[in-house]
Design a binder for this molecule. Structure first.
Ligand code: NDP
Ligand code: 2IT
Length: 449
């Protein structure tokens, strides 16, 4: 296993996030590798860590003052053993190949867990939508799709949203694809509800991560009712995490963005959440505005170099990291533990550093790793594609009940697999082995390609 890691590090020494994601998976695969010598002889790991294809392209675009900018666009097509590549597009200045390879790698295992036929991929750009006008975002999306359209397709690769890519961006991207190809094909998910989108897709990642927490608590005969929850981020995943928590009788007391976090001891209720939705999704403002509107609540600005995030240093029962990678480090994990947190459900991808993960696992927290806990989003993308294929729409209740059921199956699969491989209750081992086995067996069936 360390040989594989050496290969990865030797080939791409600067791709730190990718190394981290690979190391996290391979270190938990020992029990399955020793039971299945064919995975070694077939060089499954060596094949899994190398993307099937990486596309990198130039995206020039013109701002409102007619000044020209050049960004980089990418699509990492990681693995197609289980179906067409599927995974989001991220628009954020931090995007580079390391980020997208880590996300694509995680996506392969996540999509395997969903029970649906999807391979894994990820793409995006270092373009920053923040502070740009709608017209600028539209021109960028059109130029991005002017190249990407060659590489995607219903049976090839179906992107969706991620950080910085929501309904607005998916609309502009879809419009350009349709124009260039002269066909109305559902090559993206997260589409608008009146032109091919699925009910609940917007809510699905956040709802799913709460359902996963609910399932974990059920193993201890507990529910979310009355639980105090820390949530980070204030985007798509975080907002709908809070919405479901309120519905299930829990109290969410924090939300954040890159400038800092708010703390509301009384809890964020439906009315306050509507204010946040308007603030974040319509006006695209900063989370600090919350404390101007609701007296007695507190905003703490992000201070870089502090070594920990004070958001994770409050008394609570549950934590839902829902912003970005490595937002919970070892010190944060200890703070969570000391504050009584015993449930961690990851809405974001790889939000916890390896030190934090070790602390959660060693202390027997109910810890749902991202590739299991946040799989509700991509699962509902799969349900969107099913509805597109049968040319029918399901009701909100139908989609939500399918989502709930998928999250239950993922949870059970993680538990059963962890138990079968001698580490009961360890969702990290369960998710990694269950996802890996499904992909590995398909790769063996399909030969050396
Ligand atoms: P959004 O763009 O809607 O929101 C992202 C939120 O996280 C914003 O509040 C943003 O603050 C904050 N954030 C992003 N980057 C940073 C950073 N470097 N430091 C501090 N805060 C940051 O994205 P999503 O909610 O869709 O995605 C959140 C996470 O969930 C990501 O890890 C994504 O990969 C994961 N995910 C998303 C799915 C989906 O369906 N959308 C599915 C599964 C996982 P600011 O606005 O200030 O940048
Ligand atoms: O990380 C993820 O699972 C997503 N951003 C959603 C991917 C999708 O295809 O819906």
């Amino acid at each position: 296993m360390s040989e594989v890691l050496d290969i990865v590090k030797g080939r791409d020494p600067y791709q730190k996030e990718f190394h981290q994601a690979v190391e996290e998976v391979v270190t938990s695969l020992e029990p399955v590798m020793s039971k299945h010598p064919e995975y070694r002889s077939q060089k499954i790991l060596e094949r899994l860590v190398e993307p099937e294809r990486v596309i990198e392209f130039r995206v020039p675009w013109m701002d409102d003052k007619n000044e020209i900018h050049v960004n980089r666009g990418y699509r990492v097509e990681m693995n197609s053993a289980l179906g067409p590549y599927k995974g989001g597009l991220r628009f954020h200045p931090s995007v580079n190949l390391s980020t997208l390879k880590f996300l694509g790698f995680e996506q392969v295992f996540k999509n395997a867990l969903t029970t649906l036929p999807m391979g894994g991929g990820k793409g995006g750009s270092d373009f920053d939508p923040k502070g740009k006008s709608d017209a600028e975002v539209m021109r960028f999306c059109q130029n991005f799709m002017a190249e990407l359209h060659r590489h995607i397709g219903l049976h090839t690769d179906i992107p969706a949203g991620d950080i910085g890519v929501g309904g607005r961006e998916i609309g502009y991207l879809f419009g350009m694809y349709k124009k260039m190809r002269n066909e109305f094909t559902p090559i993206l998910t997260g589409k608008g509800l009146n032109w091919g989108g699925s009910l609940i897709r917007t809510e699905a990642t956040g709802y799913g991560s709460v359902y996963f927490a609910e399932n974990m608590l059920e193993t201890r005969n507990e529910t979310l009712e009355g639980k105090t929850c820390l949530v980070s981020g204030s985007g798509n995943v975080a907002v709908f995490t809070v919405e479901k928590l309120i519905e299930l009788g829990a109290k969410a007391v924090t939300l954040s963005d890159s400038s800092g976090y708010i703390y509301d001891e009384e809890g964020i209720d439906h009315e306050k959440l509507e204010f946040i939705k308007d603030l974040k999704f319509v006006r695209r403002g900063r989370i600090s505005e919350y404390t101007e509107r609701y007296k007695g609540t507190h905003f703490t600005a992000t201070v870089s170099g502090m070594g920990y995030n004070p958001l994770w240093d409050h008394k609570a029962d549950c934590a839902f990291p829902s912003a970005t990678q490595n937002e919970v480090n070892g010190k944060d994990a200890l703070n969570l533990l000391n504050n009584g947190v015993y449930v961690v459900s990851e809405g974001a991808n790889m939000p916890s550093t390896p030190e934090a993960v070790d602390i959660f696992v060693e202390n027997n927290l109910l810890y749902g790793p991202g590739k299991a806990a946040n799989a509700g989003g991509v699962s509902t993308s799969g349900l969107e594609l099913t509805q597109n294929s049968i040319r029918l729409y399901w009701t909100r209740e139908e989609v939500d009940s399918k989502l709930r059921n998928i999250m239950k199956q993922i949870h059970q699969n993680c538990l059963d697999t962890a138990e079968a491989f001698g580490q009961p209750g360890n969702y990290v081992v369960g998710a990694n082995i269950a996802g890996f086995k499904k992909v590995a067996d398909a790769m063996i069936d399909q030969g050396v390609v």
